[in-house]
Design a protein around this ligand. Sequence first.
Ligand SMILES: [Zn+2]
Length: 348
Amino acid sequence: MKSSTRNKPAIPNELRLGCIASLYYKEVREVPVPKQIEVLDAFFKGFIVKEIPSDGQTKKNAVYNDMDGYIEAVRYQGSFHTGQSKRVTQIIGRLIGTAKKGIEKERKTASLIQEKIAGDLANNEDRLNDLRCGVLDLFKGFSETEWERFFLTFADYINAVTARREAISSRDKELELFPMDDEIFYDLMEGVINEWNINTLESKLNSFTWLLLGALLRNRISRLTYVYDSGFRPRRSQPASLRENEDFDYYYEGDDLDKRFPGIEWYCDRCGEHLNSQEGFDDHHHIWKCTNCGYKNEIEIRNIYDPEDSEVNAGQPTIPDKFFKALKERTDELDAQENIEDSSRRRI
Ligand SMILES: [Zn+2]
């Protein structure tokens, strides 16, 4: 007996732009997926494709400009024209993720584009806002049913991407075109899921934006998750273990009291790298030159900001008196403990 049941095609489950494009266009908007160059331009407006001014009626091969890292193309009858440029086609294929495994052609170029965009977004909040405005445009004029399809489709996609990651072997992970470390992947997805579950339009779009960026930037997404929280608010150097009580005093529970600023995680103001983990870092230096980008970061109390989740002083500069008072109290506390231990040892 023949079964006539047709299975609904499984939802794509890879974190790549090709999958996201297919869901966004086919499932949500119910239109055909445009040419790849158009997809890249729509998802990352102004970041990958640059328009060459033209009369709009002339075909010209697109080129990749190694100097500034953009694909330059003319519009032909309204849409970008790639033409016969194999190189551009290959670069686009790497970025969209349609390229076959193991094919190295233009992988390096695609990787340079990733690096450039990650740096751009990590160092420049205005560029990040440009990107987010571009994403917002993708949802302009959405009907209620389109929104509904978006919510359903991408909730499934987020689950599918996470489930796939848990199911595949580490060998398969390594074989991906741009392999992603587990730590970076789960860090990203934590933000994606977090924003998705906040359940506002803005947070859903944040979630979608992280998916796009993760698919494009792969391991380089870590530069952005270092610098921005899941809602794209800049993380600054924040007191990790200093918290306020109701009277708005800080307290410190650690015992790194030989540090100048115990409990403080420092991030490079230019590239967002974690400075504490750089070789030789010591917060007794007043200036620390980032070993990643060479930027000279000032390591002073005025560069420390209160956590964004603080009710009283969110995102504001840490108050020095209160900060040092907390350290003094902790020092006294530890001294007192030591005295007690000493005297009890003596009794034995
Ligand atoms: Zn740096």
